[in-house]
Ligand binder design. Sequence first.
Ligand SMILES: Nc1ncnc2c1ncn2[C@@H]1O[C@H](COP(=O)(O)OP(=O)(O)O)[C@@H](O)[C@H]1O
Ligand SMILES: [Mg+2]
Length: 226
Amino acid sequence: MNALEGRQISFSYPRHGGQALLTNVNVYVRRGECVILRGPSGVGKSTLCHILAGIIPRSISGQVSGEVFFFGENLRFLSLARVAETVGVLFQNPDSQLFFPTVEDELAFGPENLCLPRPEMDKRINEALAMVHMEEYRLVETETLSLGERQRIALAAVLSLQPRILILDEAFSQLDSQSVSVVRDTIRAQKELGRAIFMVENSEEHVDLADRIYELQDGQVREVIS
Ligand SMILES: Nc1ncnc2c1ncn2[C@@H]1O[C@H](COP(=O)(O)OP(=O)(O)O)[C@@H](O)[C@H]1O
Ligand SMILES: [Mg+2]
């Protein structure tokens, strides 16, 4: 069974004259696998991420057909809470997903929503911070951090939910080299833990992370040999 699967996905945005952005797209990611999606700007990579994460059509509207499955279960029939604990998404700009004044508050939010007991919550926060090498930043105000550090905190916040599927949408593109290397190590560690990773990434620098590569062009996805 695939960890993540998009089957026959077609999509158009409401005010795009009904023109399809994606046409019968099929993608899958197995447990412990990292799959890269690449393609030119504006081709629909982020849109596909939003569909695979259930953000489209739940929070952003559009005409979707086809199905998304998390471990064989149709996303359509999963509660928002189930979706949120199964899939973690990291976008290009960390500031779009940081909401709290301090690092600790940011990392506590997800586990709090899962109603985890306090000791388990603390453990999750510490582990997530350790994963992005920012243990000593727990009480720091997020806005004092560099962009790379903020991205690492956004990643830690995602990881504190221990999602079995990770979707990273050009998560490296604005980072300094130290943060790039931390995020790369984290991806490898997550693979080792058996997590499924779907990653939009055009840079050749990161192809070594990929077990397989998809290319999106003219609304179609095809698998390529790297
Ligand atoms: N919320 C939206 N409403 C309407 N059009 C959108 C929306 N988001 C993106 N688009 C358009 O859809 C196309 C694909 O965007 P996107 O998925 O962000 O591409 P990529 O990530 O490959 O650069 C672009 O033409 C973009 O302008
Ligand atoms: Mg994009």
